[in-house]
Ligand binder design. Structure first.
Ligand code: FES
Ligand SMILES: [Fe+2]
Length: 427
C-alpha cells in the first residue's frame, strides 16, 4: 500500500523550481562566484566566512552537506541572523484569534527588542516597542494577558490607551509646555495574513503580501475564522533552525513518534511545495483514520464541506518562524521566537471553527494531547541535536533523500542571510 501511496503522491528528489532558482540559486551564484561586482564584499571578513560555511549546503541535495556547526552555536552568526532575518523583516506573532478580544495583550522579544501587542476596544491590533515614553520602563511583562483597560507604566504611572496614545501622566502638568496629547508609544508594523498576525520592527517595511507572495491559500481551512481553543508555550534548548528542520521531515517519525506513525506513515509524504517564503507539503492518513489524534478518529465536523473526504494533512513552514499544520477538522500552528543560539520559545495554538466549538459534544482533547505529546518528542530530538552541536566533531554528512524540505529550508536560510548581509555590507 505504501508503494502505491508514494507513487501516487509523487515523492521526488529535489529539483529547484524556477522560483527557487530566482530567489536562492541565482543569488547564491552571485554571492559565491561573482568576482566582478563584489569588491566591497571581499573586504568583509564576516561575509567571506559565511560564504565559506554555506558553500557545501548550497549544493544539490545529493552532494550537499547539512548546515555547519557554526549556524547552531556561534554567537556572531546568531546576532547576524537575528538582526537580518527577524529584526529587519516580517515575523509571525501567531493566530490573530489569540489577540482578538478587546484588552488582550502579548509581549515578545525579537532581536533583543521587547515588543508589546494589544487589541483595542474596537478590536484593532497594535504593535509597539515595550518601553514607556517617560523614562523607558517596560510596560507589560506577561507573555500574554487579557482584560486590560489601559496600559499603566509600573514606574511613575504614565497611562496609555490600548491604541498606544498617552492618556494621563501624573503631575506632568507641573511641567510647563508638556502636552499629553500627541504622545504615543513607538509603533511597529502589524498586519494580518490568512488569520495570522505578522509584525515588523521597521517603521515602513515592504508590504507583507510581497514577502508572502505565492504562499498557498489556506482558505479551504477557513483559517481567518478559527478560534484558539488551546495555547501552549514551550521552552526548547535548541537553535530555532533545528526546530524548522525537524518539522520539515518525517525520516525520524517511525522511531520517535510511534503514535503519529500509526496514523500517518512516515513515508506517506507528498510532493514538496516551495517558494520564496515557504516550504511544505502533504502527508496522507493511513486507511481507517480520519485525523491526527491519539485515537486517529474524530467525531468533529470538517472545517469545510469540501474537506469531508480529505485524508491529507498539510504541513508548511512559513519563513522565518511560523509552522501551519492543516488538518481536516482543525489547524495547528507553531510560532518560534529565537532567544539565543541555543534556546527557542515556541507557542503552539490549536484552532477550531466556532461552529465546531458550539457543538455540545465538542471535545478537542484528543488533538491537543496528540500534538502536545508529539511536540515534546520533537523538542527532545532538537535538544539532543543541539547537545551534539557542542562537539567540535559535529559535521553533518548528508541529507537522506526524503529530506528535501530540510534542504530547501537550509538553502532559503543561507540565501536570505547572504543576501541581507550583502545589502548591509555594500555601501
Ligand atoms: S518610566 Fe514609565 S512612567 Fe516613568
Ligand atoms: Fe517529529
Amino acid at each position: 500500500m505504501h508503494h502505491e501511496t508514494e507513487k501516487e503522491l509523487g515523492v521526488r528528489a529535489y529539483r529547484p523550481t524556477s522560483l527557487h532558482t530566482e530567489s536562492a540559486d541565482t543569488t547564491m551564484a552571485n554571492h559565491l562566484t561573482n568576482s566582478d561586482h563584489h569588491t566591497e564584499l571581499r573586504r568583509s571578513p564576516q561575509l567571506d566566512r559565511l560564504k565559506d560555511l554555506a558553500v557545501d549546503t548550497l549544493e544539490e541535495i545529493e552532494q550537499a552537506r547539512p548546515l555547519a556547526r557554526e549556524f547552531y552555536v556561534d554567537d556572531e552568526v546568531y546576532a547576524l541572523e537575528s538582526s537580518l532575518l527577524f529584526g529587519s523583516g516580517w515575523f509571525a506573532y501567531g493566530p490573530k484569534a489569540a489577540l482578538s478580544k478587546p484588552g488582550d495583550a502579548a509581549t515578545l522579544d525579537i532581536d533583543g527588542e521587547p515588543l508589546l501587542l494589544t487589541c483595542d476596544e474596537a478590536g484593532i491590533q497594535h504593535a509597539f516597542f515595550n518601553t514607556c515614553r517617560h523614562r523607558g520602563s517596560c510596560l507589560i511583562d506577561e507573555p500574554s494577558t487579557s482584560g486590560l483597560k489601559r496600559l499603566r507604566c509600573p514606574y511613575h504611572a504614565w497611562t496609555y490607551r490600548l491604541d498606544g496614545s498617552l492618556e494621563h501622566a501624573p503631575h506632568m502638568s507641573e511641567h510647563p509646555g508638556f502636552e499629553v496629547d500627541g504622545v504615543h508609544l513607538t509603533r511597529c508594523a502589524i498586519e494580518e495574513w490568512q488569520g495570522f498576525l505578522w509584525v515588523s520592527l521597521q517603521s515602513n517595511p515592504d508590504p507583507l503580501d510581497v514577502m508572502l507572495r505565492e504562499t498557498p491559500s489556506f482558505s479551504r481551512y477557513r483559517t481567518s475564522e478559527l478560534v484558539v481553543v488551546e495555547q501552549t508555550r514551550y521552552e526548547v534548548d535548541a537553535n530555532w533552525k533545528l526546530l524548522c528542520q525537524n518539522y520539515s521531515e518525517c525520516y525520524h517519525c517511525a522511531l520517535a513518534h510511534p503514535e503519529l506513525n500509526r496514523i500517518s506513515h512516515f513515508k506517506s509524504g507528498g510532493t514538496q511545495d516551495s517558494g520564496p517564503s515557504f516550504v511544505g507539503g502533504p502527508m496522507r492518513l493511513n486507511p481507517g483514520f480520519d485525523t491526527m489524534s491519539l485515537s486517529g478518529r474524530s467525531s468533529r465536523a470538517s472545517l469545510a464541506p469540501e474537506l469531508d473526504d480529505d485524508d491529507l494533512v498539510w504541513y508548511y513552514v512559513i519563513y522565518p518562524n511560523l509552522f501551519v499544520s492543516l488538518h481536516r477538522d482543525y489547524v495547528l500552528s507553531h510560532t518560534l521566537v529565537p532567544r539565543s543560539p541555543t534556546h527557542t520559545e515556541v507557542t503552539c495554538h490549536w484552532l477550531f471553527h466556532p461552529e465546531q466549538v458550539a457543538d455540545p459534544k465538542f471535545d478537542p482533547s484528543d488533538a491537543i494531547e496528540f500534538w502536545d505529546l508529539t511536540n515534546r518528542q520533537d523538542w527532545e530530538l532538537c535538544e539532543r541535536t543541539q547537545r551534539g552541536a557542542r562537539s567540535r566533531a559535529f559535521a553533518p554528512l548528508r541529507y537522506q533523500p526524503s529530506e528535501t524540505c530540510v534542504h530547501e529550508f537550509d538553502r532559503w536560510y543561507l540565501g536570505r542571510l547572504l543576501e541581507a548581509s550583502e545589502d548591509r555590507t555594500t555601501p
